[in-house]
Write a protein that binds this ligand. Structure first.
Ligand code: N01
Length: 531
């Protein structure tokens, strides 16, 4: 017997919890189905040492409840994973959310039938009129698929599946594969503990210094005095981050002025460094100015000149791969007990019993850490089998890359909604803000449908095609497609090369959503039945 609810929400991270709170508050019966054994989504799984946020804590938090934002006290500007999880636990308790969350319940198959969804899981079946996919953008870890792993006698870990109880790396010989945000955060911390660390790097990264610091009472009070205004400004900003909008081009100032500006921004802005000028992601010559600057900064941190050809990023624009923010990453390579293996020159060919084999030699390791990232944006949506209105699966519908209308719905999959998914600002924005925007919008849409007596909400194929074309057109006008990255999907073998998030900005996207509502939900149909 299926358990009946109005809405099944898949995933108990920030998005799923917000969806539960909002939809339950509007009178819907909601069940949140979560594969993991704990609440928190990406922050539940990614427990590796050094994990923290790169959006300011005050902004990387829910904005729906003024009391919540006043009472919670962040201790650091960029919160650590444990602090973020404590915040999530606090929210769960404060809004009594746990009673509708079903842990260890992995959705395996969903079928649209009789104007609703049958949701099969590892722990029973649910029947719901609506499904909200709050499955996250970075949920399905990817590993480097090296042969011989079963014969390796050491320990293999993934940053995104770090053991809850932690791992003592003291005195161990550790190898880390991957130098994205996770690897860049992990490496300096592991170097402090391990007897020896080998970092296997494929693409050198432009990393920006993190600007973390404790939040003192004065700073906290200053934010809280204007918190509402700060949130509203973020909702109307290009990125959803609380950075001032720069309208100047990098090319309309003198080299000296530009240098001064970069010098000021570099130590203070963290991820916001990417926003130093308005055209850094639009104009190659503008990007060259910042890429040269970052390379110069990196070079100044490295005392072993022979490493520079390997550590300095070349051949793709700054920002086209999401830049990590780091604390002492490049300086770590100055240590004698840390070694860099550039796998472009010396590929890793597989595991041995004692470690990893490269094209040149065997490297003995007690622990191998995959910091190799995720099947991002679409991975978690394509993992269960999702069967739409005409028997077509989502995998079939997305064979050439993800297609959505506004990032919210897929043609042929009525009553299924995505949160901060492909075709929306998602990972190009302060994703928490984008999550809240989507949840509120979906809740309004469901209410609008109910007010019309409609039980089925879907998007037209024409609206979807128009949006896909718009998303692509906007992306092509930027430098993003000039790198291999998870934005493009081409970091996963076999995945179609399609730019996945929407580059039109948080404010621009908000205006589009407002216009769609004003035009009587243009592109959506609301009917009594799907037929
Ligand atoms: O993953 P990534 P991540 N052999 O995909 C390498 C968020 N996040 O977990 O660039 C060798 O960025 C791969 O190399 P290449 C944030 O949005 C935020 O680090 O594909 N190497 C790359 O170096 C972030 O962007 C924080 O050539 C292989 C690395 O593995 C996102 O999560 C912290 C390989 C993967 O980098 C993902 O970050 C952590 C192979 N076979 C994460 N396969 C904050 O600071 C992959 N690589 C908030």
């Amino acid at each position: 017997m299926a358990t009946e609810v109005d809405v099944v929400v898949v995933g108990a991270g920030f998005a799923g919890l917000r969806a539960l709170h909002t939809l339950r508050g509007r009178g819907y019966r909601v069940a949140v189905l979560e594969a993991g054994d704990g609440i928190g989504g990406v922050w539940h799984w990614n427990r590796y040492p050094g994990a923290r946020c790169d959006v300011r804590s005050h902004d990387y938090s829910y904005g729906f409840d003024p009391d919540l934002e006043q009472e919670w006290r962040w201790t650091e500007r960029y919160a650590t994973q444990p602090e973020i999880l404590r915040y999530i636990d606090h929210v769960v308790e404060r809004f009594d959310l746990a009673r509708d969350v079903h842990l260890r319940t992995r959705v395996t198959r969903m079928v649209f039938a009789d104007d609703g969804w049958d949701v099969e899981t590892s722990a029973g079946t649910w029947r719901a009129r609506f499904v909200v996919m709050a499955t996250g953008q970075l949920s399905i870890p990817k590993d480097p698929e090296l042969p011989g792993q079963d014969r390796y006698r050491g320990t293999v870990l993934h940053t995104a599946r770090w053991p809850r109880e932690g791992v003592d790396l003291t005195g161990q010989r550790v190898g880390v594969i991957g130098t994205g945000s996770s690897g860049t955060q992990l490496v300096p911390v592991v170097a402090e503990q391990a007897a020896h660390l080998t970092v296997f790097q494929r693409t050198p990264n432009f990393s920006i210094p993190a600007t973390n610091a404790p939040v003192d009472d004065e700073e906290d009070a200053a934010v809280k005095a204007v918190y509402r205004e700060r949130r509203e400004a973020a909702r109307n900003s290009p990125t959803g981050l609380s950075f001032p909008v720069v309208r100047q081009s990098a090319l309309e100032v003198t080299p000296e002025e530009r240098r001064r500006h970069y010098d000021e921004q570099w130590p203070t802005t963290g991820f916001g460094f990417l926003l130093s000028y308005r055209d850094l992601m639009l104009d190659e010559r503008a990007n060259d100015t910042v890429a040269d600057y970052v390379r110069e900064r990196i070079a100044a941190k490295v005392t072993k000149p022979e490493l520079l050809p390997h550590l300095l990023p070349q051949g793709y624009p700054f920002g086209a791969k999401r830049p990590p923010v780091d604390s002492g990453y490049f300086e770590t390579f100055n240590r004698d007990d840390v070694e860099l293996v550039d796998v472009r020159d010396t590929p890793v060919t597989g595991f041995t019993e004692r470690g990893l084999q490269t094209a040149e030699r065997e490297i003995e390791l007690d622990v191998v850490v995959f910091a190799t990232g995720f099947d991002a944006m679409t991975g978690a949506l394509l993992k269960p089998e999702i069967v739409g209105r005409d028997g077509q699966t989502l995998r079939e519908a997305w064979a050439a890359g993800p297609r959505t209308y506004l990032g919210l719905q897929v043609a042929g999959f009525p009553n299924m909604f995505l949160v901060a998914g492909p075709g929306s600002p998602s990972l190009l924005s302060n994703v928490l803000l984008s999550i809240e925007q989507h949840v509120d919008w979906i809740a309004d849409l469901l209410d609008a449908a109910a007010a019309r007596g409609a039980g089925v909400v879907q998007v037209t194929p024409e609206a979807e095609s128009g949006w896909v074309a718009h998303v692509n057109e906007r992306a092509e006008a930027t430098l993003y497609p000039r790198a291999r990255s998870y934005y493009m999907g081409d970091d996963v073998p076999g995945k179609p090369r399609v730019f996945t998030p929407y580059v039109g900005g948080v404010r621009g996207y908000k205006r589009i959503l407002e216009r769609v509502v004003a035009d009587d939900y243009d592109g959506f149909t609301m009917t009594a039945s799907a037929r």
